[in-house]
Every structure is written in C-alpha cells, then in structure tokens.
Design a protein. Structure first.
Length: 186
C-alpha cells in the first residue's frame, strides 16, 4: 500500500499525517466490520470514512477515485480526495473526518473561531469558515456539520497553491459536498 503526504496550508488538513492510499481491493480485504446500509451514524463510518462518497459523487465532483484514508492518533478516521482537473486554477484537495462533538453548543468545539459563520447544511446546524490567500482570492473553506445521532463531521476543501487562490467559489463547493454527506447520515 503506497503512502502519500498531504501538503496544503490553511485548510485544516494535518500536514503531519501520512494517509494510506486505499484501493477497492485493499478495502475489500480489510478485517474491519462491514458497513451497514445508509443512512449511517458517525460510529458506523469510523472504519469506513472513504465510503461517504460513492463513485457517482467522485465523478460529479471530479475527484480521483484513489482515496487516501488515515487515522490520526487522537481523532477518528478521515479520508482525503484530490481533484483530477487539469488546470492548476481548478484543482483542489478535500478532507472528510467524523468528529465526536456536536454543534448544539458551539463552545464544545476544540477550535472556536470568531470569524466562523453559523449556517445550515442539509437542515443541520453547521459552522463555515473561508480563508483567502495572500493574493486576496479564494483559498480554502471548511465546515463542521452536526449529525442528528450525535457528533459532527468536518469537510474542508483547499485550492492548490499556498500563496495564490482561485476565482471559483470554494465555499459553494464545500457546502454542496457537505450537503450530499449530510443526507447520508442520521
């Protein structure tokens, strides 16, 4: 199984993690319990975070089907995808991670930022934060979305490049993908 380091800045992606590339064959031979049918709880996704988007989603959002799963020592499993768009101005990285805290009380979150906006995603309470790059263009966007059965999930998108941003709406894409994921959780 190959190892890939995620190297992005300002998007909430842990650059110290070295996620493992997950292929269909390696996912099928894994000794972890099978994933129940959707909708899922976050606990059911603990060992299957890369299952939250299916092949139709990967095609719709122009994502590489070779996903990267990792399990940080203090958090639940996470999954990362990379866009397969050819122009640098369109490329992006995405990261999904279940979280243990819910958003009924925003003070429960480990990282609280006064610049976050409270929004609704898929009818659930969420907090959104966008980040511009030094050139003033769109760079990254992250959202924490509450899950009805408890907990929340994190979804972050970072455009390629550390100093330069993109002209497309990174937060609109983040909300679009988060809405799909929210519909698969109960």
């Amino acid at each position: 199984m190959g190892m890939v380091a995620v190297a992005t800045a300002g998007c909430g992606i842990d650059v110290g993690s070295k996620p493992a590339v997950v292929t269909t064959a390696s996912a099928m031979t894994s000794p972890v319990p099978a994933l129940a049918p959707q909708p899922w709880t976050l606990a059911e996704l603990t060992y299957h975070p890369c299952s939250v988007l299916d092949s139709e989603d990967l095609a719709r959002f122009v994502l590489d089907p070779a996903v990267r799963a990792d399990t940080p020592p203090e958090d639940l499993s996470a999954c990362s995808w990379f866009s397969i768009q050819t122009s640098l101005s369109g490329r992006f990285n995405i990261r999904f991670a279940p979280a243990k805290t819910d958003l009924s009380d925003l003070s429960q979150r480990r990282v609280s930022d006064p610049l976050e906006q409270q929004i609704a995603v898929g009818g659930q309470r969420a907090v959104l934060k966008s980040e511009a790059r030094p050139d003033g263009r769109n760079g990254s966007c992250s959202v924490h979305v509450s899950v009805p059965s408890g907990g929340s999930f994190y979804l972050g998108i970072a455009a390629a490049g550390i100093a330069t941003g993109v002209d497309w709406d990174v937060c609109a894409k983040t909300i679009d993908i988060a809405t799909v994921i929210s519909g698969r959780l109960h």
